[in-house]
Ligand binder design. Sequence first.
Ligand code: HSE
Length: 412
Amino acid sequence: MAVIAILGYGTVGSGVAEVMNTNKELIESKAEQPVDIKYVLDLRDFPGEPVQDIITHNYDDILNDDEVEVVVEVMGGINPAYSFVKSALQSGKSVCTSNKELVAAHGAELMRIAKDNNVNFLFEASVGGGIPIIRPINRSITSDRIEAVTGILNGTTNYMLTRMENEGIDYDDVLKDAQAKGYAERNPAADVEGHDACRKIAILASLATEKTVSYEDIYTEGITNISTTDMLYAKKLGGVIKLLGKAGFEDGRVWARVSPAIVKADNPLSMVNDVFNAILLKGNMLGDVMFYGRGAGKLPTASAVVSDIVDAVRHKNINLGIKWSEEKQELMNIEDVRVSKLVRVEYSEKDSAAAAVKRIFGTDSIIEVSDTEDEFAFVTDKVSEAQTDARLEQLLNSEGINGILNTIRIEG
Ligand code: HSE
């Protein structure tokens, strides 16, 4: 019999209990033994609910109980999750977590502590919700050098962008809807400003490089500047706007960024809608492989957590050896990364503005969409961001140009 404790009875924590209950027989067969939830730690009480019988408000009850073999941390945030997880590992308990903030900030250290104590620190649910991606990178794609990882890594923003695109629904209303569905973070700024996707791409890039890619070093831009007009331009280019987390590994150099991007119809990521996430990996032997599924929500996320519980129970006293060291991975300056961009220009005089675009960017291909006034867009060559920025500076000082309304990267 394996005894477990759950820290946090919110969306994911209650989901873990539900998954364990619904699929009890199957899970215990995979775990090769009965699995019992002995404690749930939460500040709240749940009178009248079955969970009330196992609620504790005191973490020491769990830490000091030698029967507890696996601690499931689904509280979110760094504190007190970090100290709880660290002490659990130090006292010989495995930890399974969905907490991307914790994994991105302290993953390598917690994995080392797990290894030193011959237990496991597992975090399948921290990226892509229910999608298996951590285990495949760590255990399946071991014959390839990963050249790029590109992902739709945040369910909330993908849900918002899809509904804005398809139904023209207002940004605030669709965000409220995502919150009601249990997709959004407690502070939804983490979703819409790209910080959640940033932690997730930091985790994936760390696994790909086997070093620590610091999330603070990753250029991050969210969807707060994306409008339905931008979506019309994307459509004219045969694409849709997605919030992408992307990391590139080329010639020993590594870069990573989070930003909205126009994804053309021939890229499978363009078809990933609603709360779904997808991660497209490029291996040097394998080529492209894509992982797709529900990226947020109670049961999909809990399903990934429970898969870790099964793994932890099956590997009692066997460290699974995730390759991710504390050595820092330096990143390329994002300004040196080459990318093509859509540029929306506001003009005072269209012909001179178009002439300036041709002189500076070498294109006379102007894109216009309905319902806009005094503006057009064009696409830049795939050159470094620094080079595009310098040309934009020149454009801003040109006759006929009033301003730059937006620039959006084009994936590919
Ligand atoms: N807020 C996150 C999302 C939850 O929307 O993707 C899953 O990590």
